[in-house]
Write a protein that binds this ligand. Structure first.
Ligand SMILES: [Zn+2]
Ligand SMILES: [Zn+2]
Length: 306
């Protein structure tokens, strides 16, 4: 998947025209490998085709989702549409894992009952796919010069190229030594690699959709807020993520019995700490005097109020 910005997304700076060329190239490689795989009987080519399909599909999904995600919040979706990207990233990864498991099972079946593979066809299809893939990589690289995650993207593309080279070497061995068992072995490696790169995305998106808390030191947050004058306690805190960049927090603050105009100043201080130190984008505060005083930071079953 080429969408590795912040671990999940593609480089959004990719210009429309080049994006179109790269995606088209990827789709052509996919079809080419698919036909080549069926003609030669090579499972390794088929699995590489699905890998390329996954890459192309995720780029298209990310592109569309990113456009939808940019829409402003409205009465129907008060948080906006950012989570479309999380949802599509999850769907795409689950789809890829499902295909990979199918290929893994088929590969094991073929290791037990070897089948003939036309090494010649496999070799030339793999060579042409490798060249087209390299061209796509070069086109994308020119765009990702200013991307902070260039390393992650680069590493992905490098391992993609290695997989293609693996298929080329397998094809040569099959052609010259009739070593048909190498084809399912290569399939195991490629499918395993697809699962390996998809699982972290499933985990990240799943955590966000489960309203999982971002990785923040909440004890330190509590400590920092208690340093603000007039703040006597913090409890009933919630933290979740709209997407991989936007953290939202709601909490109850126990304050001294101050006029409302004074509490506003405290709110400003709380927001400043949370924004600058913890990159929290949105904070909702409920101010209280004695209600819930001494309660835990996170709501437990015994809380005396919600
Ligand atoms: Zn890939
Ligand atoms: Zn409270």
């Amino acid at each position: 998947m080429l969408e590795l910005k912040e671990g999940i997304f593609m480089d959004h700076q990719t210009s429309g025209g080049r994006f179109f060329t790269v995606t088209l190239l990827n789709i052509i490689i996919t079809l080419f490998e698919l036909i080549g795989g069926l003609l030669s009987g090579s499972l390794a080519l088929l699995s590489d085709a699905f890998h390329n399909f996954g890459d192309a599909f995720s780029v298209i999904l990310s592109y569309v989702a990113n456009r939808i995600g940019k829409r402003s919040p409205n009465a129907a979706n008060t948080y906006g549409y950012r989570r479309i990207e999380i949802l599509t990233a999850l769907l795409n990864s689950v789809l890829l894992i499902a295909v990979s498991i199918f290929l893994l099972v088929e590969a094991i079946r073929r290791l037990i009952h070897p089948q003939n593979v036309a090494g010649g066809i496999m070799f030339w299809v793999a060579i042409i796919s490798f060249l087209a893939n390299t061209l796509a990589t070069l086109l994308l690289n020119r765009d990702s010069k200013h991307n902070l995650n260039i390393r992650a993207t680069y590493l992905h593309l490098l391992s993609d190229a290695l997989a293609s080279i693996g298929v080329i070497i397998s094809a040569s061995l099959i052609f010259f030594f009739k070593a048909n068992w190498i084809d399912p072995l290569m399939t195991l490696l490629v499918s395993g690699y697809i699962i390996y790169e998809s699982l972290p995305i499933v985990r990240q998106t799943f955590v966000i959709l489960m309203e999982g808390a971002p990785e923040i030191d909440f004890k330190q947050v509590e400590h920092d807020l208690l340093q603000i004058p007039h703040v006597k306690g913090v409890h009933h805190c919630h933290a979740w993520q709209i997407d991989e960049n936007q953290i939202v927090v709601s909490l109850h603050l126990n304050l001294e019995d101050l006029p409302l105009s004074q509490t506003e100043k405290i709110y400003a201080q709380v927001e400043k700490i949370l924004k600058t130190k913890y990159q929290i984008a949105h904070v909702t505060i409920q101010a209280e005097c004695d209600r819930g005083k001494g309660e835990k930071l996170f709501l437990t079953g015994q809380a005396d109020h919600q």
